[in-house]
Design a protein around this ligand. Structure first.
Ligand SMILES: Cc1cc2nc3c(=O)[nH]c(=O)nc-3n(C[C@H](O)[C@H](O)[C@H](O)COP(=O)(O)OP(=O)(O)OC[C@H]3O[C@@H](n4cnc5c(N)ncnc54)[C@H](O)[C@@H]3O)c2cc1C
Length: 479
């Protein structure tokens, strides 16, 4: 089937308005929030699960690949329509955006994939409930994207990442068939296909419905900002606070560059004289919250904490969080672009790994900001750059590779929450053996024998695992 005939069939299914091929429309969908991008054959936005299935069947008949897309806030190039043998369509699930049911008694929500994360918690709050995974992109990213990347968030330290909150999924496979993975019962019969699909980054097909666990809103919340004289002291503070048994619901670290940047941007009241701050939140029953705060402050003082401010009401709390959540937007004041890493290390190695990361950044003559989910050991060194500066992109990618190698050597992994996508794909050769990769490729082929679901993502080709250093930007993707 030639491309024109294929597109005519797709238009018959979704209607002309929802199959877009103009240069302008294709440009809008060629990238996610990373700097990777590629030109789709078309942008297709089905409005029902029936249309999704029919589009996927048409792709299968024509041999056209598809790149699933939610809100396009991904940071690993997962939704980028990377060409393989053929140019994929960008297949957006954004129009499937209904909360189908919300059962307060069972604390379960049934949602379509295009529902924006924060909208679910807003709807659940009316019943004293919330959806705990709260990526910092939660006002834009979709639940389908969160499921596909197994998203994390500030409060995932206490409550677990997305996977822990997904009871069951509906998946359209590459043949267009519909599968129900798992059920509302607390256990599964047979293999846990729901668990496999969470975090599969669109390579198994399309998530078209999810049944999500909701949690009660905490009776009490205390939010504090603790200033430290060095990044090292703040990192050691994190390890000590959690080792002391004071389990915060959230424990985020921001360094001095980030503090100055968000103060200039939205004045959240962070201490400009601190080398790092920890934003700590404790939740639960009043007595337990007070005990947690006390134990955490004692541990922090043991590492030289120099200032503490506490949010006295919801407005003050929201302002402290505004500082944390607006750091990515605030970067635009300084430079046009950034490369945000997502490695994870054991929490006890945080201080040493951060020392090494700061050394790598300096060695490459770069500026970085560090704002990260410290309690989870999930680092986000964010390298700032302006590509008009000759040679800077090469230094950014070299520093990135050194950061990944450092985290791996410390017993860490490539991604805590953003996924592998295109960006970390070739690094998989360094962290998994050829035997392990072979098993992963066979698993993927068993679920998607056609290879049409998000080709080029997550798994490197056997050829790319040679002696050559990992290539950050595979052929076909533009930077
Ligand atoms: C400022 C900022 C802050 C961020 N903070 C966090 C954070 O704290 N935690 C975190 O985890 N991430 C964070 N992210 C990254 C991003 O928001 C998450 O990865 C998010 O889960 C992506 O959702 P999305 O709807 O934008 O998905 P997209 O970017 O559109 O897609 C992401 C991946 O999911 C696949 N996909 C999307 N929808 C479906 C579907 N219905 N079925 C199958 N596959 C699908 C895509 O193919 C792609 O591989 C942040 C991003 C930004 C820009």
């Amino acid at each position: 089937v030639n491309e024109q005939r294929f597109l005519e069939r797709v238009r018959d299914i979704v209607g002309d308005a929802w199959c877009r091929t103009s240069a302008y429309d294709r440009a809008l969908y060629r990238r996610d929030a990373s700097f990777l991008n590629a030109d789709p054959l078309a942008v297709v936005l089905p409005g029902t699960v029936g249309e999704v299935r029919a589009v996927v069947r048409t792709c299968a008949e024509a041999g056209v690949p598809f790149a699933p897309r939610g809100a396009g806030t991904g940071l690993a190039g997962g939704a980028v329509p990377l060409p393989s043998d053929r140019r994929p369509i960008s297949l957006s699930l954004a129009r499937l955006d209904r909360i189908l049911s919300l059962d307060p008694q069972a604390a379960v929500a049934e949602v379509e994939p295009g529902v924006v994360n924060a909208d679910l918690s807003k709807a659940a709050a009316a019943h004293g409930l919330r959806f705990a995974p709260d990526p910092s992109s939660q006002i834009a990213s979709t639940l389908g994207g969160n499921v596909a990347t197994n998203a994390g968030g500030a409060h995932c330290l206490a409550y677990g990442v997305t996977s822990a909150h997904v009871l069951a999924l509906e998946l359209v496979d590459t043949g267009g068939d519909l599968h129900l993975l798992s059920s509302l019962a607390p256990e599964t019969d047979g293999y846990d296909l729901r668990g496999l699909t969470v975090g599969s980054e669109g390579t198994f097909g399309l998530v078209t419905r999810a049944w999500l666990r909701l949690l009660p809103l905490p009776p009490e919340t205390r939010t504090l900002l603790v200033g430290f004289p060095s990044v090292r002291a703040a990192c050691e503070g994190v390890t000590d606070i959690i080792a002391a048994g004071a389990m915060p619901a959230a424990c985020e670290l921001m360094d001095a560059t980030a503090i100055g940047m968000v103060e200039d941007y939205c004045q959240p009241g962070y201490p400009r004289d601190a080398a790092a701050v920890l934003l700590l939140e404790f939740e639960g029953l009043p007595g337990a919250v007070a005990e947690g705060v006390e134990a955490a402050l004692a541990a922090a003082r043991g590492r030289g904490a120099q200032s503490v401010s506490t949010a006295e009401d919801d407005q003050a709390r929201a302002l402290l969080w505004k500082g944390r959540k607006s750091f990515a937007g605030a970067i635009a004041q300084l430079v046009p672009e950034y490369y945000l890493h997502d490695v994870v290390v054991p929490r006890t190695k945080l201080a040493d790994v951060m020392d090494e990361i700061l050394r790598i950044v300096a060695e490459h003559g770069l500026t970085a900001i560090n704002v990260f989910h410290a309690g989870d050991g999930n680092l986000h060194p964010t390298l700032l750059f302006d590509r008009r500066e000759p040679g800077v992109f090469e230094r950014v990618t070299a520093a990135g590779a050194a950061i990944v190698a450092t985290a791996h050597a410390a017993g860490g992994v490539l991604s805590g929450e953003h996924g592998i996508g295109i960006e970390k794909r070739d690094f998989m050769c360094a962290v998994l053996s050829e035997d392990d990769l072979h098993v992963q490729r066979r698993l993927r082929a068993a679920i998607d024998p056609s290879g049409l679901a998000n080709p080029g993502k997550v798994l490197p080709s056997p050829a790319s695992c040679g002696d050559a250093p990992p290539s950050l930007v595979p052929e076909g993707a533009w930077v």
